[in-house]
Write a protein that binds this ligand. Structure first.
Ligand code: GTP
Ligand code: MG
Length: 189
């Protein structure tokens, strides 16, 4: 934690399974291809990577969880420091939990969201890689996903649909971040 920037700027963290598209999404939001390092090999991001945007807020690219090909020790270490970060980071506004829109609800994602909820960490879901699905297939997976989630929560978490390839969701994410950042600054004056 002591390596995190000593700053009170509102902070937004991007978390999700390895390879879900966290780093690609940060690049897409920032309109920069090579700001965050991406790879088709899971386990690329290994640290908390900080990006200061317009000197107004931080985006934090986090290592992924739950990928079998990442060593057990790395997975354990990353989960531990991610959880410490979520519990301790005072200027964290919210976490974006990225979910691959092609898959049904996975146990690791559910476990992680339950953990966030139990630890009072606000989060929003971002569905990624929607360019890989047709309209009907996307609608079907989202309906299934929400009905699975509604077995655990009466009120479903807020969610945004995105693609780093066709930039879907960019305006909505940026708008959401700016509004949440303003709210955070007002509350912490
Ligand atoms: P780790 O750092 O390993 O946890 O992965 P990550 O979640 O940061 O994923 P990353 O952004 O590195 O992307 C993983 C792979 O998915 C790369 O090959 C990306 O090109 C691809 N990818 C990411 N987002 C999208 C998307 O919206 N659409 C498509 N078609 N591919 C994507
Ligand atoms: Mg990454």
């Amino acid at each position: 934690m002591s390596d995190c920037p000593n700053s009170s700027l509102p902070e937004f963290a991007f978390i999700g399974r390895s390879n879900v598209g966290k780093s690609s999404l940060i690049n897409m939001i920032c309109n920069r291809n090579k700001l965050a390092n991406t790879s088709n090999k899971p386990g690329k991001t290994r640290l908390l990577n900080y990006f200061v945007i317009n000197e107004a807020w931080h985006l934090v690219d986090m290592p992924g969880y739950g990928y079998a090909k990442v060593s057990k020790k790395d997975r354990k270490d990353w989960l531990k420091f991610s959880q410490t970060y979520f519990k301790k980071r005072k200027n964290l506004v919210l976490a974006f939990v990225l979910i691959d829109s092609r898959h049904k609800l996975q146990q690791v994602d559910l476990d992680f969201m339950i953990w966030l909820n139990e630890n009072f960490v606000p989060f929003t879901i971002i569905f990624t890689k929607t360019d890989k699905l047709g309209k009907a297939a996307l609608q079907k997976t989202l309906t299934n996903f929400n009905s699975q989630l509604s077995e655990y929560w009466e009120i479903l978490p807020h969610s945004i649909i995105s693609s780093s390839v066709d930039k879907r969701g960019r305006d909505e994410i940026l708008d959401f971040i700016s509004k949440s950042a303003i709210q955070f600054k007002t509350l912490h004056k």
